[in-house]
Write a protein that binds this ligand. Structure first.
Ligand SMILES: [Zn+2]
Length: 118
């Protein structure tokens, strides 16, 4: 089964076709934006996989969207999105720690540090 939606880009001008193909129990997502054509991750796929239907053109079909959202709910995508969210939070914590260590190191370079002499 294939369902395709026209999704408006954030610039409000361009629209890209995002296709969901459910075949043999596997869900594939394709987007025809410049990144998507290269098979790369893009914000259009991300937006729809996250359940955010902002920018999906009304003519795309609300019934099809309801069906695709149920495919997504029953797929690994929600777990993977949670994993990504957790990783993002861990990255922010690590960044705060890194900034703190960097400041301490900068101060230490300016003020000098103790040296053990024997
Ligand atoms: Zn895209």
């Amino acid at each position: 089964m294939e369902k395709e939606f026209e999704v408006r880009s954030r610039d409000g001008v361009a629209t890209y076709a995002v296709a969901f193909i459910l075949e043999f129990g596997r869900l594939n997502v394709y987007c025809k934006c410049p990144a998507g054509i290269l098979g790369k991750w893009c914000k259009h796929k991300m937006r729809l996989i996250s359940g955010d239907v902002t920018g999906v053109l009304a003519t795309s079909g609300a019934v099809d969207m309801v069906e695709v959202l149920s495919w997504i709910r029953n797929s690994e995508f929600p777990r993977l999105l949670d994993e990504m969210k957790t990783a993002k939070n861990e990255m922010q914590v690590a960044k705060i720690k890194m900034d703190k260590v960097k400041k301490t190191l900068e101060k230490s370079v300016q003020k000098g540090v103790a040296v053990c002499q024997k």
